[in-house]
Design a protein around this ligand. Structure first.
Ligand code: ADP
Ligand code: MG
Length: 210
């Protein structure tokens, strides 16, 4: 179960984490892109953080939608519309809810991935954020269906995302800017998969505090 307060804490913690990882994510994007991923996300989540007080009396659906809209309007590059759509789609699923059941959380995560795929037309194995998110979702869904707690399932999902990030080092990018490099993208971990992993790790951290 996730309360509105917890969701606000998750968003705030993600904003702080993105600020903390700004240089590293930018360095990863320097290797196979244009070196702005960390800057993009830090800027976007800084705006989100400034908006947080106006979300205080909203339900979880409206909060997630607000986060998504803020990201779309403040983050440049591919990742802004992709993450923005992900949060907006998750928000649709959580419309009117002031508490999420574990099943709601799984459904929201699924909708987020659906939004990224709708927008970016990528599938797993193309060296994108989906290579962290899709394996994480699979594990989360399976374990929640098996009756594990959200913290247990999310911890295993984070492990799957970590493996996914490692996997991106072994494949060639076929979507996004890194695809211009062809085989020269090999050996480098994908910046977007890495930021997705950080979002999941941060979410887990906040939920474990409860
Ligand atoms: P840009 O590439 O426009 O500079 P960013 O640097 O902010 O944007 O984001 C790059 C990340 O976006 C990549 O590391 C990758 O994970 C993700 N990405 C790019 N294109 C796609 C896509 N079509 N689908 C999913 N993720 C993508
Ligand atoms: Mg970039």
């Amino acid at each position: 179960m996730i309360s509105t307060e917890q969701m606000l804490a998750v968003i705030k913690a993600i904003a702080q984490r993105m600020e903390m990882e700004k240089d590293f994510l930018t360095q990863l994007d320097n290797e196979i892109g244009d070196g702005d991923h960390g800057i993009n996300l830090a800027r976007g989540f800084k705006s989100v953080k400034e908006k947080l007080p106006t979300f205080a009396d909203k339900d979880i659906g409206a909060i997630l939608k607000g986060v998504g809209m803020e990201l779309v309007s403040t983050v440049g590059g591919a990742s802004g519309p992709l993450y923005g759509t992900a949060f907006m789609k998750a928000g649709n699923v959580c419309k009117g809810k002031t508490e999420l059941t574990d099943a709601d959380f799984v459904a929201a995560f699924n909708a987020a991935i659906g939004g990224i795929q709708m927008r970016g037309k990528a599938v797993e194995g193309e060296k994108t954020m989906l290579d962290a998110l899709c394996p994480a979702y699979k594990v989360l869904k399976e374990e929640i269906d098996d009756g594990k707690t959200l913290s247990e399932a999310l911890a295993d999902a984070v492990n799957a995302a970590e493996n996914g990030v490692e996997f991106t080092k072994t494949i060639i990018a076929t979507k996004g800017r890194a695809s211009y490099l062809k085989e020269r993208s090999l050996g480098h971990q994908d910046p977007g998969a890495t930021s997705s992993l950080y979002m999941l790790q941060t979410t887990l951290g906040v939920l474990q505090e409860a």
